[in-house]
Design a binder for this molecule. Structure first.
Ligand code: HEM
Ligand SMILES: *[C@@H]1O[C@H](CO)[C@@H](O)[C@H](O)[C@H]1NC(C)=O
Ligand SMILES: *[C@@H]1O[C@H](CO)[C@@H](O)[C@H](O)[C@H]1NC(C)=O
Length: 332
């Protein structure tokens, strides 16, 4: 038995080694990431990130949500390469100011502060992509969610594309099948859609992102019939019809400062905020998962940690690809 296992392992190892040039080219490859990547080159890194996150959240409790979201937006658009952090240049219009991100993504200055500290202790060593990944992990932990080990060694991309955001980032008003297709094209699956949407246990959404549910759902002139009626009344008071209310903020779940499973219990009681959230209980492919996460917070915590590692591995640059930016907002 033992012999069988060893020879199987040896066989797989040989297979892996012989394929390694191709592994390198594979869009979902992440075998080069390493849990101990900065242990020698920047041993203080996790403390630097943790301290900065603690201070940023103490000043602004929403910052945990904002940094979790920023990591998602980095990874889902051309991989976790820190491209979302790049300012526009003469050569490219980047992700940061693309329509879904402009006046919506927050926390760039927190990442810049962490980067400045990292440069002080370990110059030209730590990528902005890794900082954003660690920041998202700390944000969840400090908001009361799970902690998970993060494989590191991502390198920073040298370009960013506004068009890529518009093509690859899921929209809150597109059907679940389309959102799922965007995830699967990145090596994620439908379970990751359900689990990672649970990130909406934190933070806020601007009224315009779900407003048609309140007043004119799908051109019906009526509200979304699946939205709970007292939730409707409450959301209409936060988001009156007038355009000047479009950027008012509504909480994404009923306990939006705490990382818990209330997002799923809200979905079960038809008080999910975004169409893309509430869609998860309407689809037979995802409803059972929503029910089990609403019943079992530990199951959600564990699965969220696992899906975050998968998300953090999407399209990473490693080895000699990309660069270690000196400042997160611009290429070297
Ligand atoms: C599944 C497709 C998703 C869609 C369509 C979506 C859409 C949105 C929208 C429209 C907002 C409000 C933005 C604004 O009003 O400015 C938002 C906020 C947020 N999203 Fe998502 N999202 C998705 C997945 C995710 C994932 C996978 C995560 C993280 C794991 C995430 C984390 C967040 C967080 C934490 C916020 C609140 C940010 C803050 O308060 O600053 N979202 N999302
Ligand atoms: C604290 O948070 C506010 C927003 O709520 C922000 O404008 C300010 O720059 C933050 N201050 C520090 C020191 O992070
Ligand atoms: C969903 O995806 C299909 C196939 O790619 C596309 O034709 C359709 O326009 C998309 N729907 C929305 C609302 O984005």
């Amino acid at each position: 038995m033992t012999h069988k296992i060893i020879s199987y392992t040896t066989f797989s190892l040989c297979l892996l080694l012989s394929l390694s040039p191709f592994v390198h080219m594979h869009p979902f490859a992440y075998s080069q990431l390493d849990y101990n990547f900065y242990d020698r080159s920047c041993p203080r890194l996790s403390m630097i990130v943790r301290y900065n996150l603690w201070a940023a959240i103490r000043n602004d409790t929403r910052m945990a949500a904002s940094l979790l979201r920023m990591h998602f937006h980095d990874c889902i658009v051309n991989g976790c390469d820190g491209s979302v952090l790049l300012d526009d240049t003469e050569d490219f219009k980047g992700e940061k100011n693309a329509l879904p991100n402009r006046k919506s993504l927050r926390g760039f200055e927190v990442i810049d502060n962490i980067k400045a500290d990292a440069e002080r202790f370990c110059p030209s060593t730590v990528s902005c992509a890794d900082i954003l990944t660690l920041a998202a992990r700390e944000a969840v932990g400090l908001a009361g969610g799970p902690f998970w080990p993060v494989p590191l060694g991502r390198r920073d991309g040298t370009t960013a594309s506004e068009k890529a955001v518009n093509e690859q980032l899921p929209s809150p008003i597109e059907p679940l099948e389309n959102i799922t297709a965007k995830f699967t094209s990145k090596g994620l699956d439908i379970k990751d859609v359900v689990v990672l949407s649970g990130g909406h246990t934190l933070g806020f959404a601007q009224c315009f992102t779900f407003k048609r549910r309140l007043f004119d759902f799908d051109g019906s002139g009526k509200p979304d019939p699946t939205l709970d009626s007292s939730a409707l009344t409450n959301l209409r008071s936060i988001c009156p019809k007038k355009d000047s209310a479009n950027s008012n903020l509504a909480p994404l779940d009923s306990t939006n400062l705490k990382f818990d499973n209330a997002y799923y219990t809200n979905l079960v009681s038809n008080t999910g905020l975004l169409e893309s959230d509430q869609a998860l209980v309407k689809d037979p492919n995802t409803a059972a998962m929503v029910n089990s996460y609403s019943a079992n917070p530990f199951l959600f915590s564990n699965d969220f940690a696992a899906s975050m590692v998968k998300l953090g591995n999407v399209g990473v640059l490693t080895g000699k690809d990309g660069q270690i930016r000196k400042k997160c907002g611009s290429v070297n």
